[in-house]
Design a protein around this ligand. Sequence first.
Ligand code: AP5
Length: 211
Amino acid sequence: MKKNLVFLGPPGAGKGTQAKRLAKDLGLVHISTGDILRDAVKNQTPLGKKAKEYMDRGELVPDDLIIALIEEVMPPEGGVIFDGFPRTIAQAEALDEMLDRKGLKLDAVILFDVPDEVVVERLSGRRVCPSCGAVYHIKFNPPKEDEICDRCGTKLVQREDDREEVVRNRLEVYRKQTAPLIEYYERKGILIRLDASKDIDEVYQELRKVV
Ligand code: AP5
């Protein structure tokens, strides 16, 4: 049976970067609630209209909206990397219940461990492609041509919520609402800690070893 994994960690820890690579190599489905929500905001769907004000402030989108979204996108046969979900105890309980109902289980929760100063450096230098969603860093993972997407040639932009004051709030929200999940999954015996402060390739090697 294919694995179901959760990538947990503060904003900018590198969850999305590693999830994209691992999903491709292991043939898993990458479900990033952040990416789905940003798409919904861009396309001005009913979900996007409700989510925007929370995302702009760096707050969490209400649990009921997120849980309904996951129910909608979850493949029945599993084989998923959940990136940025769950983020509250209520979301974690809803995930347990949903997997149970489908006869699936969570194999591991990978905690991307990084200090705050690394987070701030990574988020302030992050650039994203508004067209294809590719993610770069001006210093650690730069595009070949300055500020231009390697994949589709679009001009890169900075994410709205990567402004310094919003980043500070996102870190606070992580500490208060999401960090309690560390103990929740530790108690279940499925939490794996990963030193995510190393460079992108080193983190990926470690990830392959533990998964
Ligand atoms: P979301 O998009 O999930 O944001 P996040 O969890 O804050 O994570 P990020 O996307 O900022 O970071 P990441 O860990 O994926 O890092 P990345 O790989 O990009 O959520 C956004 C918002 O949506 C939330 O604030 C909330 O409002 C809402 N939301 C989403 N899910 C929700 C949920 N479940 N419930 C409620 N609300 C929800 O890397 C960061 C940068 O560092 C990049 O530039 C990258 O190139 C670089 N980098 C990556 N790895 C390394 C490395 N090892 N060394 C050097 N640089 C690196």
